[in-house]
Design a protein around this ligand. Structure first.
Ligand code: Q9C
Ligand code: ZN
Length: 696
């Protein structure tokens, strides 16, 4: 198939950039599209001077190994480099007491014995004569990043810092942390930039009890943390890390704790918590800035976390956060003690910040019983505080079955996981370099008038192919208008390019979206696609012969009722125009569409947007961004010819550009609509395991 079409095709490259693979892409100039990286070798100076097995894992090679890999992958070179600086004492005092700052300042001239004695006053901390300048620089690097993002000098970025920060408290060092980098940055964003809503996502595997304490009364900072807990038996063994601790006073509801009561949590557990806990709240909160306490001790192989999330999971977590706050996301390194896992996880995070497609998520898409208990519990605890959870009628788990015995994932083979030095074959597999996708280009099959649009530079306009008589006849039963003009030829050409990996994704315009959808599905199947997800928005025909095809999953939102299709597990319909209202749509996106998509693990996602489908442009952009996760970026968008103005917005969304505005506020789904969505999720959760939010 490929050769014949190839010969008939000419391509129009709008720019030579289309030929650049992800590793070769140009360094973007500073500006809201750019990604910043802050790193300074000075932060490698601090190190442990005495024997302490507990602290030995926090060493300078964490930064050097990570930075070396970023350079090796060509990722560091694509970032705007920001200089780090030492934070002022005034800035430190945004969170810390003057007395505590003075104590840390005093360590510069201390002897080894004095340093050791001081460290003993705190839990799991060491000091070094360079601790004060390094910790000040870790704060300063974080502030440099936040300032660059909030002034629009860059769109997002990452700071590689040591020492980490999230355990540090107003008056105390704790858990390798000296000053609370992220908490200070949040206070700085409030005071110096006037921000009113900041989201902190703490995906480090330890509870950032320091950060939680700073903001427990503060409704302007939504603090989310998941952490290894094991029913309070894991460090720091605090009661205040449990799911029912939700903040105090005006801050009630703005602290979100997800305890992991088993080790061995996997990609599906992490993504489920994002979809069913963090995202609904974060979308409702509508932050102006997202700070990530980006610890990678939650990644596979880490000796502290003992979890099993693979590096690409962090690409998905990042992708899921990028629609918030117009993409203003600052990732700040916290923990991460398996050097190769750490370096690889950082690469996948930064790659996603740079706008590269995310690799498909590996592993079984079913969360384990223990993580479902945590999800159920934290949703029940927060239902009183958040409209997006209010319709839930499920309470907390009364008899947690995972207190003893099973409920988690079976552990990796004993040889496979463990210390920084010893690695088994399984871990090697996850940490070996993932091959870069050959092309990241976007294809466009559109009428020639599209040439006047403001499109991303690397877009490739299909010239189409002339169809053979037989081929034209084969499709003509669908829609005569479609087969007469060039649209069909262009659509087929584009789809072939996506399936052969010549472009990653694309947009196809046509006179009739229903016909284009039928063609694309048939063509995809005949080309051997094993799992094709088709998300159809608006009143579109669902081809009858596809309702029971095990290789196609159809999700229809906002169309007519299709009672005849509903018995099929591969046909999910949320009918009526209310389904595309912002509140209902956003609820359905996080609770239904994305969980189904991640459960299905499609090789290709088709998104068909019917004419006047009812979605706001912003919601279409959001859908376009997020549905690139489940299929590793392979997506074909189908649009009606008359919707030409949409092409611009959606092409940029496909190309990885941040959303043009924040998501909210919007009226929540009506109780009736929320019930319809919830009922559908419960009906389908046996087929699609990521839909589950409870153990009952
Ligand atoms: N065996 C960060 O990841 N040791 N800090 C716990 C449990 C302290 C971790 C001992 C771990 C501190 C930033
Ligand atoms: Zn940690």
């Amino acid at each position: 198939m490929r050769g014949r079409r190839e010969a008939a095709r000419t391509r129009c490259l709008r720019s030579s950039a289309a030929r650049a693979g992800p590793g070769m892409a140009e360094n973007r100039p500073p500006g809201p599209q750019a990604t910043a990286l802050v790193y300074d070798e000075d932060m490698t100076r601090v190190r442990l001077l005495w024997d302490d097995p507990e602290c030995a894992i926090e060493g300078p090679e964490r930064l050097t190994a990570t930075y070396a890999r970023l350079c090796h992958r060509g990722l560091a070179q694509r970032c705007v480099r920001l200089p780090a600086r030492e934070a002022t004492e005034e800035e430190l005092q945004l969170v810390h007491s003057p007395e505590y700052v003075a104590v840390v300042k005093g360590t510069q001239t201390m002897s080894k014995e004095e340093l050791q004695a001081l460290a003993q006053q705190y839990d799991a901390v060491y000091f070094h004569p360079s601790t004060f300048p390094c910790a000040r620089m870790a704060v300063g690097a974080t502030l440099q990043l936040v300032d660059a993002v909030l002034t629009g000098a860059v769109g997002n970025g990452m700071a590689l810092v040591r020492p980490p920060g999230h355990h540090s408290q107003r008056d105390a060092a704790n858990g390798f942390c000296v000053f609370n980098n992220v908490a200070i940055a949040a206070e700085h964003a409030k005071r110096r930039h006037g921000l009113q809503r900041i989201l902190i996502v703490d995906w480090d595997i330890h509870h950032g009890q320091g950060t939680q304490g700073v903001f427990e009364n503060d409704p302007s900072v939504l603090y989310f943390s998941w952490h290894r807990y094991e029913h309070q038996s894991f460090w720091p063994r605090l009661r205040e890390s449990d799911y029912d601790v939700v903040g105090q006073g005006p801050g009630r509801g703005f602290t979100v704790n997800v305890p992991w009561n088993k080790v061995g949590m996997k990609n599906a557990d992490y993504v489920s918590v994002f979809l069913h806990v963090l995202l609904p709240l974060a979308i409702e909160f509508d932050p102006q800035l997202v700070l990530v306490s980006a610890g990678f001790d939650s990644g596979i192989g880490d000796p502290e976390g003992q979890m099993q999330a693979t590096p690409e999971c962090f690409a998905h977590l990042t992708l899921l956060l990028l629609p918030l706050a117009q993409g203003r996301l600052c990732a700040v390194l916290e923990g991460g003690y398996h050097l190769q896992s750490l370096a690889e996880c950082v690469c996948l995070t930064l790659q996603t910040l740079l706008g590269d497609p995310v690799p498909a998520l590996s592993g079984d898409p079913a969360p384990c019983l223990s993580s479902l208990e945590s999800i159920q519990n934290v949703r029940a605890a927060h239902a009183p505080h958040w409209a997006s959870l209010r319709h839930e009628d499920t309470g907390p788990v009364l008899n947690p079955s995972t207190w003893h015995g099973d409920g988690g994932h079976p552990p990796l083979g004993a040889q496979s996981i463990g210390t920084t030095e010893r690695r088994g074959p399984l871990l090697d597999k996850f940490l070996s370099c993932p091959p870069a996708p050959p092309h990241t280009g976007i294809g466009l099959a559109a009428p020639d008038s599209a040439a006047s649009l403001n499109l991303p530079p690397d877009i490739l306009q299909e010239e189409g192919v002339t169809l053979s008589k037989e081929e034209a006849a084969m499709w003509s039963r669908l829609d005569s208008a479609f087969t007469q003009d060039q649209a069909l030829g262009k659509l087929l050409a584009l789809l072939d390019e996506i399936l052969t990996g010549q472009v990653r994704a694309g947009i196809a315009m046509s006179p009739t979206v229903s016909a284009a959808m039928a063609v694309a599905v048939c063509r995809g199947l005949s080309c051997g696609v094993q799992r094709l997800l088709c998300v159809a928005i608006g009143d579109l025909d669902i081809p009858e012969d596809l309702r029971d095809n095990g290789r196609v999953l159809l999700l229809n939102m906002g169309g007519k009722d299709h009672p005849e299709a509903s018995p099929f597990p591969s046909c999910i319909c949320l009918s009526g125009h209310e389904a595309t209202e912002p509140g209902t749509f956003l609820l359905a996106l996080t609770s239904l569409i994305l969980p189904v998509a991640y459960s299905f693990r499609p090789e290709l996602v088709l998104v068909a947007l019917g004419p006047g489908c009812g979605l706001r442009t912003l919601d279409m952009e959001l859908l376009t961004r997020l549905l690139q996760g489940p299929a590793g970026g392979r997506m074909l968008l189908l649009l009606q010819n008359s919707e030409l103005p949409l092409v611009e917005a959606l092409a940029w969304a496909l190309a990885g550009r941040a959303l043009p505005c924040t998501l909210g506020p919007f009226p929540p789904a009506s109780p009736k609509q929320a019930l319809v969505v919830t009922r559908l999720c419960r009906q389908r959760q046996l087929d699609w395991p990521m839909l589950q939010v409870s153990v009952t």
